[in-house]
Design a binder for this molecule. Structure first.
Ligand SMILES: [Zn+2]
Length: 665
């Protein structure tokens, strides 16, 4: 009888590999790994495929070409080795498995096709979906009720091999194991240009179950298999190994050359201006918005509070503005320069929406958990256009996603908390079609104040006619379209790498910077007296710190300076002055929170009373100037009274029989 020569027998080869493979330091890597596996009572041993290639290339290529034949042999070799160390362990643990990190042909999800059926492949991607954990028959015991013949098999044996009778499964003598289905989607770099990402189903078995979750970037190695769907076959991957990735995607690898260029650029005192104007260079102006976006890309420092609470470093920015002023275009440009970005709309690009959802498989009806945009954007930026159109479910889940940066879900037997550690750049359209500057923010946008208050910066972008501005816009547009195009200081590719590099910094606040921020904060707080509104809350203090830290990171500094603090204050002040004004022009966060300044409602009631009193005196409609005169005596200024009259008229509380004259209904 001619058997395989010992040197070609996978079992003997693999045993020798486990006993003798030494890493660069001469350590017997897998002897130690087997020891650790037994100590930790694990059922599988993870082998780096590259080690196997180095040890015996032909054994490695057999793993690639015929994994279903070779992997069980490697597993039995592992069991044999473990038995010589701890005989009882194998008996107790049951079957042991060899899992190969990076095994087989390196490919991409897009390239998995019929030619790879039965082969071992590896690829990376993002988990978008995970089913509940179910059990499957790893080894079934099938018994014939007629003649008593039993067969043990991983696949169903429906008829008796001896007499042809129908068999039945003996559950107590069968071996069940866990199984979970994932959908893994290819990662798309924003620079690859709007291509629809492809996805593939991945089956996890045994101890691989629940080791990754939706939103994770993962590396998968496994065997490509066909699955019958009606008359055709879908391809899926039966995973041999899966693990979350920590490495940056390849297109973000920063070479020594890149690093030098980044460090050089960081020395430029005009860095912020130059880089900000390089974001969406075809959009004119928006200086402050672009500066804010730049800080958002880099983010502040995430901290652990002494009570264990996580303080987010990510910066959330909201743009509210008239349609047609380039909000969507800006969002797309930001997605292109962010190291990682998800572009979506308030309605959501998938059924999972912005956060996450438990959905049911169309064919099997099985529930699965699908990650929404904020979960997929974990570690990056989520650009949300028309955020005011989000669903009610997302609306209620968004608070947690913005502050704790997690998405919790418990539905149909699936309980999970997913990470959503991303910054949000959102755009919203004004509720009335255009932004009405005489109305408070909360009326101008269809978002609850509790969500509005979680944005670090809110920009109101109006398309107001302005001659100087118009001339500038026109000449900018002409320049962009002409031959002598103004070239941005930095390319999108460079900004992506720069941001990825700067994100790693962890600057500390200097006392001077802290003092400057505290000074601004207290100055605004000081305005608080019995009657006046609360001008600023601790939320804005946290935002200021994040913005200052982001600026320090951008300059690759390990300390936050007074200049950083001042830049943060400038931006915050710019936004607050447009968003949170009461009728006297004072800063008032209540305007954001409740939509109305504290004292405004009382004053409106007062004005109504004045109109009522005057109209009974003059026996008819009252001229505006009379109301103003009376209201001034009550301490209200003319501009406010005029606005109030207009508003009461709009709201139907007053009628205007002729221009300038008002009458209470
Ligand atoms: Zn039989």
């Amino acid at each position: 009888m001619i058997g395989p020569r010992v040197e070609e027998d996978p079992v003997e080869l693999f045993k020798d590999f486990l006993w003798s493979f030494a890493d660069r330091d001469g350590e017997l890597k897998y002897q130690q790994a087997v020891g650790r596996m037994i100590m930790a009572e694990q059922r599988s041993l993870v082998v780096d495929f590259d080690d196997l290639v180095a040890y015996n290339p032909s054994l490695a290529s057999r793993v690639t070409d015929e994994p279903d034949r070779v992997l069980p042999l490697l597993s039995s070799a592992l069991e044999a080795v473990v038995k010589t160390v701890r005989r009882d362990y194998v008996e107790r643990a049951g079957r042991l498995f060899v899992r190969c990190r990076g095994a087989g042909l390196s490919t991409s999800i897009r390239k998995v096709d019929a030619s790879l059926i039965g082969k071992m492949v590896n690829f990376t991607g993002v988990v978008t979906r995970a089913s509940a954990v179910k059990a499957y028959i790893a080894e079934g015991c099938y018994e014939c009720p007629s003649c008593g013949q039993t067969v043990v098999s991983p696949t169903a044996v429906l008829t008796c091999v001896k007499c042809g009778h129908r068999t039945k499964l003996v559950e107590e003598r069968s071996l069940f194991d866990n199984v979970q289905l994932l959908v893994v989607q290819e990662e798309t770099s924003a620079l690859s240009g709007g291509r629809m990402p492809r996805a593939i189903e991945v089956v996890l078995r045994g101890d691989l179950v629940d080791t990754v979750k939706p939103g994770d970037r993962v590396s998968v190695s496994g065997v490509v298999r066909p699955k019958k769907v009606r008359s055709l076959y879908d391809l899926y991957v039966d995973a041999n190994f899966v693990e979350p990735l920590v490495k940056e995607p390849e297109d973000l690898e920063i070479t020594q050359e890149d690093e030098e260029a980044i460090k050089r650029a960081s020395q430029d005192p005009d860095l912020v201006d130059k880089m900000a104007s390089s974001i969406a260079p075809t959009i004119y102006g928006m200086k402050e918005v672009k500066e804010a976006v730049l800080y958002m890309l880099v983010g502040g420092v995430t901290r652990q509070a002494p009570d264990g609470l996580r303080l987010r470093g990510d910066i959330h920015v909201l743009l509210i503005g008239d349609p047609g002023i380039g909000k969507s275009q800006l969002l797309r440009s930001v997605a292109a320069v962010a190291p990682k970005a998800i572009m979506t709309t308030g309605k959501g690009s998938t059924a999972a929406g912005l956060t996450a959802a438990v959905l049911r498989d169309k064919e099997t009806g099985e529930p699965y958990l699908e990650a929404g945009a904020l979960v997929l954007a974990d570690g990056g930026v989520c650009c949300i256009d028309e955020i005011d159109k989000m669903s009610a479910d997302d609306r209620s889940a968004l608070h947690e996603a913005m502050e704790q940066q997690t998405v919790s879900i418990a539905k149909a037997g699936i309980v999970a908390t997913l990470n959503a550690r991303c910054s949000i750049l959102a755009a919203a359209n004004p509720a009335f079609g255009r932004y009405l500057s005489n109305r408070p923010l909360a009326e101008n946008v269809k978002l609850p104040p509790t969500i509005l208050s979680r944005f670090d910066l809110i920009f109101i972008m109006t398309d107001r006619p302005d001659k100087v501005e118009d001339t500038n816009v026109a000449s900018h547009i002409l320049k962009v379209r002409s031959e002598v195009r103004p070239s941005p200081a930095f390319s999108p590719q460079f900004i992506r790498k720069y941001v990825a590099y700067a994100k790693r910094m962890r600057p500390v606040l200097t006392k001077e910077a802290m003092d400057r921020i505290a000074e601004y904060y207290l100055k605004l707080r000081e305005a608080v007296n019995e009657d006046s509104p609360i001008p600023i809350t601790p939320r804005q203090l946290e935002s200021l710190i994040r913005l200052a830290e982001a600026r320090a990171k951008l300059f690759l500094r390990d300390r936050v300076t007074v200049e950083d603090a001042e830049a943060a204050i400038r931006l915050m002040d710019y936004c607050l002055r447009r968003v949170a004004r009461d009728e006297m022009g004072r800063l008032d966060i209540d305007v954001v929170m409740s939509g109305k300044p504290k004292s405004q409602r009382e004053k409106m009631v007062k004005i109504l009373e004045i109109v009522e009193r005057l109209q009974s005196e003059v026996q008819g409609p009252v001229h505006k100037s009379l109301v103003v005169e009376e209201a001034k005596k009550a301490g209200m200024d003319e501009a406010f009274v005029e606005q109030a009259l207009e508003r009461l008229h709009r709201e139907g509380m007053l009628i205007q029989p002729k221009t300038g004259y008002f009458k209470k209904v």
